[in-house]
Design a protein around this ligand. Structure first.
Ligand SMILES: [Zn+2]
Length: 270
């Protein structure tokens, strides 16, 4: 819905992001949601589309607070295990409709959450997702700026979706994990149609650009050596982009699924 008129006759209402405090299943939550707001009387009205989104945000806010897997986590972990919704449903003896609902806006029970974790998390431990390091956005920025200097190209431009930067980061993190035992940035990577990409990059690009690189743990000489080595192999950004697309590790991972660091030994272009 593009516009809505105030039912009290005040003319068009504007679409705004509003914060709402709500109680859900007895837990107090604050969620951000979009609503049409009348500039004259302040009346708020959702749309059918935003009502669905709001339900999903409420469910996810609740799940985060209760330490339950969110819908997106369930979906991403399932894809990382190369399971269809039906296969996952069979493994935990529920109908496929339950999986579909949990991956969107319905909260699973604690016992079902446990069953999901047993299936989805056991064989991909946390260290394989983040490379034995906690995610550090300032470190992502620090590594990115080193690449920018070495290849003399901008990788952190405003509006940039990190199409090229993500490949340099991916190789740097994977090589560091392979050679040094932990990644450089702690980033998690997903196999997207245009190559390996920071998982949830849409939520991260601005935060990375705005982060304070002075807050990052300085790069070790070994890490700097890996960055220089990669910049020498891929002196132009299209080269790293093309190389990443030749990696079987990426090509054979389902679209949207995570590429665990345990794949690092299988990289062929470095
Ligand atoms: Zn009004």
């Amino acid at each position: 819905m593009k516009s809505l008129n105030c039912p009290k006759g005040h003319g068009p209402m504007g679409l705004k992001t509003i914060k709402k405090d709500i109680a859900f299943k007895g837990v107090d939550l604050t969620i951000e949601t979009e609503a049409f707001v009348c500039q004259v009387c302040g009346l708020e009205a959702g749309t059918v589309a935003t009502a669905g989104e709001a339900q999903q945000r409420i469910a996810d806010a609740y799940r985060r607070k209760q330490n339950l897997l969110t819908g997106e986590e369930i979906r991403n972990l399932r894809k990382a295990r190369h399971l269809t919704q039906q296969q996952l449903a069979d493994k935990i003896s529920v109908g496929i409709a339950s999986i579909k609902r949990w991956e969107t806006g319905t909260v699973q029970s604690a016992s079902m959450d446990h069953a999901l974790r047993v299936q989805l998390q056991c064989r991909i431990p946390d260290h394989a997702i983040s490379g034995n390091r906690e995610l550090s956005l300032p470190r992502v920025k620090l590594v990115a700026e080193h690449f920018e200097i070495l290849i003399k190209e901008k990788l952190l431009k405003k509006g940039d979706k990190f199409l090229f930067l993500a490949k340099y980061l991916w190789y740097a993190d994977m090589l560091a994990f392979r050679g040094l035992g932990s990644s450089m940035t702690g980033a998690t990577y997903a196999a997207l149609p245009y190559g390996p990409q920071l998982n949830n990059y849409r939520d991260l690009v601005d935060a990375i650009r705005d982060s304070d690189k002075a807050a990052a743990e300085p790069l070790s000489p070994e890490e700097l050596r890996i960055i220089r080595q990669l910049a020498a192999i891929f002196p132009k950004k299209h080269m790293v982009y093309d190389a990443a697309h030749r990696e079987k590790v990426w090509a054979e991972t389902a679209t949207g699924a995570l590429i665990p660091y345990s794949c690092a030994p299988d990289l062929t272009e470095i």
